[in-house]
Design a protein around this ligand. Structure first.
Ligand code: GLC
Ligand code: CA
Length: 559
């Protein structure tokens, strides 16, 4: 397998709105990011993925872009972005921009033109359809609730929006649209950015027949995202993008791809596919979705055997063919320690470290989401009015107010479990008012546990989660087996312990993780001369595994 820098890199995701405010308006900004770059350098990451900072009416916090070549004034100026890129490069960090081109904002100039008339030159930049029997062209459901079509009176047609109605889908079948996007991407590369994270990039090609989605059930919480995913021309368009943009520079690329199988992923990212380098697959990220058909709205706990099956399948099936991304968290998912670990005072640190080992010792490029490195947890605001996320607010409206399927109390439990705002509460820097995020009033409440969980406290404690992540990042640089070794799951049916081995040249790595709060016993026949690479307890009891114990040994293979 070819060795490349992006396989060896660790990526850190910044959600700019919640990272660091520099001017007291309660909104994180680019000068705030610049101020905090040394924190990332200290952690030992290589690439910073920045969620969108472009001009946007913020219907979906920047994932609705109205100008790809301008910066939202709340976040700063283009000069600030240039300064950030320069400062990052000085520190040896690369910058990966978020590229949201399945859709634009309805306030983008292209859409404002497009909706004016059927013969406007921008009409075909978007997907417009006549009503069918006076109704929507098909039954597709928006991922944020309700229908995926919005009627526009000016021209008497519907436009498609897989997300909010302020996020109309672009028509990628129009070559002019594709060329505009490639030009924008090249413009950003000329500014010195080092890569792109591509938002729902596998939704860009729609089936020209626009068939109904058999999974849609408006009485529940439906989304036609998977129906639209991996459409007929998507590989053609990505190969074209690769030829016209991506192949021209030594950059890092990752596509966000709901509903991909390992076979699909090999098409997108196979070492000879000339499309992308990695995708974010969704299988483990939706593992605890509602069994009642309410999408993510549930408070179910995941099943470890199933988690092992999914992650191991991706490890094995992509091996030597394509490259995995490794993630627990991002701005759309609840906090890993609350979801897959145990965020109680007793076990938060142990389980956060265990989860880090489980994920980062697999094959792939790890992604750390801001706050994960200090074990930030989910939040539980009392009122739905304390939430800001459009997805959460729409779902509350649909499920509680419109359809009356859930009581407010049950829905709030689900919100506490699954809302995207769990990931979006401000970064906890220190034990001062507003966690050092802002001197003003934060746009979204700070998690009250900032008094204990914050960067300053973590840096003072040599045993903290922060130093543990830092150590993992260092080990990755020292031991190529962590990056390039193959993978084999041990004891697939064990519902308490997640253990696997990696093999590389004459070495073997054994990784053992207790996912329970109980002491258990497992014998992995670790030889006495094995080297302990990392552990989250400071003594080793051999076959006895204490609650959330995690350890990895390096062995020399015999023969
Ligand atoms: C992706 C983003 C999410 C956004 C959606 C629409 O899933 O990660 O935050 O709401 O696309 O752009
Ligand atoms: Ca600000």
């Amino acid at each position: 397998m070819e060795q490349t820098w992006w396989k060896e890199a660790v990526v850190y995701q910044i959600y700019p709105r919640s990272f660091q405010d520099s001017n007291g308006d309660g909104i994180g900004d680019i000068p705030g990011i610049i101020q905090r770059l040394p924190h990332l350098k200290d952690l030992g990451v290589d690439v910073v993925w920045l969620s969108p900072v472009y001009q946007s009416p913020n219907d979906d916090n920047g994932y609705d872009i109205s100008d790809y070549q301008a910066i939202l004034p709340e976040y700063g100026t283009m000069k600030d972005v240039e300064a950030m890129i320069e400062k990052a490069h000085e520190l040896g960090l690369k910058i990966m921009m978020d590229l949201v081109v399945n859709h634009t904002s309805d306030e983008h100039r292209w859409f404002e033109e497009s909706r004016k008339s059927k013969d406007n030159p921008y009409r075909d930049y978007y997907i417009w359809k006549d009503p069918v029997n006076g109704k929507e062209p098909n039954n597709w459901a928006s991922d944020f609730g309700g229908k995926a079509w919005e009627y526009d009176e000016t021209t008497g047609q519907y436009y498609l929006h897989i997300f909010s109605k302020k996020q109309p889908d672009l028509n990628w079948d129009n070559p002019n649209v594709r060329q505009e996007i490639y030009d924008i991407m090249n413009w950003w590369l000329d500014k010195g950015v080092d890569g792109f994270r591509m938002d729902v990039i596998n939704l860009i090609s729609k089936d020209a027949a626009f068939p109904d989605d058999p999974s849609v059930n408006y009485g529940k919480h439906s989304s036609s995202m998977e129906m639209v995913a991996n459409g007929p021309n998507v590989h053609h368009y990505l190969k074209e993008m690769n030829e016209k943009v991506l192949s021209k520079a030594d950059i890092i690329t990752v596509g966000e791809t709901p509903g991909v199988s390992t076979e699909d992923a090999i098409c997108y990212t196979g070492f000879n596919s000339d499309e992308l380098q990695m995708v974010f697959q969704f299988e483990h990220a939706v593992i605890d979705d509602s069994k009642e058909g309410l999408g993510k709205w549930s408070n179910e706990r995941f099943d470890l055997v199933e988690l092992k099956r999914i992650l191991s399948k991706w490890q094995v099936e992509l091996h030597n063919k394509a490259w995995n991304s490794l993630y627990w968290n991002n701005h759309d998912r609840p906090r890993v320690v609350s979801r897959f670990g145990d965020d109680s005072a007793e076990y938060r640190e142990l389980s956060a470290k265990m989860l880090a080992v489980t994920m980062h010792f697999m094959q792939g490029t790890p992604y750390i989401f801001q706050g994960e490195e200090i074990g930030m947890t989910n939040v539980a605001f009392d009122q739905i009015t304390d939430y800001r996320d459009i997805d959460t607010l729409n779902a509350y409206h649909d499920l509680v107010e419109e359809q009356k399927r859930l009581t407010p109390k049950v829905m709030m439990e689900f919100v506490h479990h699954s809302s995207r705002d769990n990931a979006r509460t401000p970064m906890q820097w220190e034990n001062t008012n507003q966690a050092g995020f802002t001197t003003g009033e934060s746009w979204l409440g700070v998690n009250p546990n900032y008094t204990k969980i914050n960067v300053a406290a973590a840096k003072e404690d040599p045993e903290s989660i922060f130093y543990f992540y830092k150590k993992i990042n260092q080990l990755r640089k020292e031991y190529p087996i962590i990056i390039y070794g193959d993978y084999e799951l041990l004891n697939a049916e064990d519902s308490e312990v997640f253990a696997y081995i990696r093999n590389y040249k004459d070495q073997q790595l054994v990784v053992i993780n207790n996912f329970t709060d109980q002491t258990v016993s497992r014998d992995f026949a670790i030889p006495a001369d094995a080297k302990a690479l990392i552990a989250n307890y400071d003594t080793d009891l051999g076959t006895t595994l204490r609650p959330y114990e995690s350890k990895a040994y390096l062995l020399r293979k015999e023969g």
